[in-house]
Design a protein around this ligand. Structure first.
Ligand SMILES: Cc1cc2nc3c(=O)[nH]c(=O)nc-3n(C[C@H](O)[C@H](O)[C@H](O)COP(=O)(O)O)c2cc1C
Length: 195
């Protein structure tokens, strides 16, 4: 059985378009599901002590450093165990919610999820696919002002996840008709995908 890791980041909970779309699709899959709602259960932003702990070899870490790395290790293990990563992400101020950026910062671990080689960076996660469900009040796809999807793809590629499908629900603040059409289109595109 496949494993889906679902990462939710909207602050709107059950009313969130991206959460509803992602949850509906996940509910149709025959898979084990690990869920993280970063809005209700945020992961901490990085600080100097945590970055210092990341770069200290495991056998030389203090108790405090070991504690600081423990959550990151758990998040990385969840990601490593997943066949399919589902990221549910509203556009906030042209980019991802800061809670999702905090999760990215916790799972980008040198020597664990990526490494630098003489040929440049190499992602250490392989064989995974990602489905990104993004909802926006306006229309930003391919506009030059979508700093969200290019960033998510760059980040996932950096850690080795290059098979990325993006589902857009755009214009959800542009009237009831536009919202319904956007959700309908997104549902149809999702229907064609499997975990
Ligand atoms: C704090 C905040 C910032 C937002 N910034 C943008 C934005 O930059 N561009 C946009 O099109 N919509 C923006 N919106 C609208 C949301 O993208 C839209 O309501 C979307 O449906 C939210 O996703 P959700 O329904 O999954 O929560 C913003 C909404 C909030 C609450």
């Amino acid at each position: 059985m496949k494993t889906i890791l679902a990462i939710y980041s909207s602050v709107s909970g059950d009313n969130s378009v991206s959460n509803q779309l992602a949850r509906q699709w996940i509910g149709q899959q025959d898979a084990r599901v690990i869920e993280r709602d970063l809005a209700t259960d945020p992961v901490p932003h990085l600080d100097g002590a945590t970055v210092g702990a990341f770069f200290t070899p495991a056998d030389q870490r203090s108790d405090d450093q070991t504690d600081r790395v423990a959550l990151s290790d758990t998040l990385v293990e969840e990601l490593q165990s997943a066949d399919t990563l589902v990221i549910s992400a509203p556009m906030y101020n042209f980019n991802i919610p800061s809670s999702l950026k905090a999760w990215f910062d916790q799972v980008a671990r040198a020597g664990v999820t990526f490494r630098y080689t003489e040929n440049g960076p190499q992602g250490l996660l392989s064989g995974k696919k990602a489905i990104v469900v993004t909802s926006r009040g306006g229309m930003y796809k391919d506009s030059g002002f979508d700093f969200q999807v290019p960033f998510i793809k760059q980040f996932l590629g950096f850690i080795g996840i290059t098979d990325v499908e993006v589902i857009y629900a755009e214009g959800v603040a542009m009237g009831d008709e536009a919202r319904a059409a956007a959700v309908n289109d997104a549902e149809k595109t999702l229907e064609a995908l499997s975990a």
